[in-house]
Ligand binder design. Structure first.
Ligand SMILES: Cc1cc2nc3c(=O)[nH]c(=O)nc-3n(C[C@H](O)[C@H](O)[C@H](O)COP(=O)(O)O)c2cc1C
Length: 324
């Protein structure tokens, strides 16, 4: 599959951009476990232009993360072009434009999914960004604003016309937020439209190998993107590739957390690295019985040494029949 000039294996596995989750350390862990293509968390175009540390830190990418896209959001043509040019200097494989974020803070400023209410504006922003960067430009979006205004097919055709290289579709409307089921039937419908030639990446509710196989088979999408299903389960990518949903032992989980912690502390410094891991512990240990006490303990520890000791202790002493 080709995304513009970027070559990717057929039915590639994409790690979804997730604000507050897919930082560099987590991305490196997912890459190690088979993610073919990844994205930064979304970055505000206005923040990038102001040189706000929160935004600029998010677009630091490493060579070994490639192929990787930098995702930007905004609602103003000039700012989006400026932000895309700044992002391009960090040498991403592509620039992705967020047209799907449903959260009020973003939508109230006319960004993310709010652009689905004004396709002319959305398309003109994207068209200008395509013109001002040399790397492929992609769009990540939803089916439409609500059930009464599902406009994804028209949108994809219009984006293709202005030079967008691929579209990722989270198969929900903005109104759905994250509730109900992703409506994969819309992905099938789009893939059946012979006028749509650019790759379509399907997204929404892939949590198991069976889900992945089903989306590929039934929707015939060019790639699949996994978000929440990878949190606490970065192995999902290799499991899908190997068609083997082997459940992870406490040893496997603790070993991966140690690697994740090491990376996070190297990248963010010990204090922030430790803080960044806290939201991951409950998902890593989700399938492990009687893990509540040590999950809570891990969340309170403040040095890498103590966390590593705690993880080693879990490896040595965990007994699934015991209460901790
Ligand atoms: C915590 C969280 C943060 C997210 N942040 C972003 C983001 O920065 N950019 C984006 O395009 N989508 C974002 N999303 C949406 C995901 O990329 C994805 O479209 C959505 O979770 C559906 O896929 P899933 O069912 O595989 O999780 C976020 C989702 C979650 C749960």
């Amino acid at each position: 599959m080709n995304i513009g000039t970027l070559y990717l294996p057929n039915t590639s596995l994409f790690l979804a951009p997730m604000e507050g989750v897919t930082d560099q350390a987590f991305r490196l862990i997912c890459k190690q476990h088979g993610a073919d293509m990844m994205y930064t968390e979304f970055v505000s175009s206005e923040g990038l232009i102001r040189d706000a540390a929160k935004s600029t830190n998010k677009i630091n990418i490493l060579k070994q993360e490639k192929p990787i896209g930098i995702q930007i959001f905004g609602n103003n043509v000039t700012s989006m072009c400026q932000a895309a040019s700044i992002a391009q200097k960090h040498n991403p494989s592509l620039i992705d434009i967020n047209c799907g974020c449903p959260v009020r803070k973003v939508v109230s400023k006319g960004c993310g999914a709010a652009l689905l209410l004004d396709l002319d504006k959305l398309v003109s922003i994207v068209e200008e960004v395509v013109k001002c960067v040399d790397v492929p430009v992609t769009v990540k979006t939803r089916l439409g604003w609500d059930d009464q205004s599902i406009n994804i097919e028209t949108l994809v055709l219009r984006l293709q016309e202005v030079g967008v290289s691929a579209v990722t579709i989270h198969a929900r409307t903005r109104q759905q937020m994250y509730s109900g089921n992703a409506r994969w039937e819309y992905l099938s419908k789009i893939k059946k439209n012979k006028n749509i030639k650019i790759p379509i990446i399907g997204n929404g509710d892939i949590r198991t190998i069976e889900d992945a196989k089903k989306m590929i088979k039934e929707c015939r999408v060019d790639g699949i993107m996994i978000g929440r299903g990878a949190i606490g389960n970065p192995w999902i990518f290799e499991n899908i590739k190997n068609n083997n949903e082997k459940s992870k032992t406490v040893n496997d989980i603790c070993k991966t957390i140690k690697e994740h912690l090491e990376l996070a502390c190297n990248i963010l410094g010990e204090k922030n690295g430790i803080l960044s891991l806290r939201k991951h512990y409950s998902r890593y240990f989700y399938s492990i019985s009687h893990s509540k006490d040590f999950r809570i303990k891990l969340q309170t520890l403040t040095s890498k040494k103590n966390i590593t000791e705690c993880l080693n202790n879990i490896i040595d002493n965990y007994d699934c029949k015991k209460d901790y």
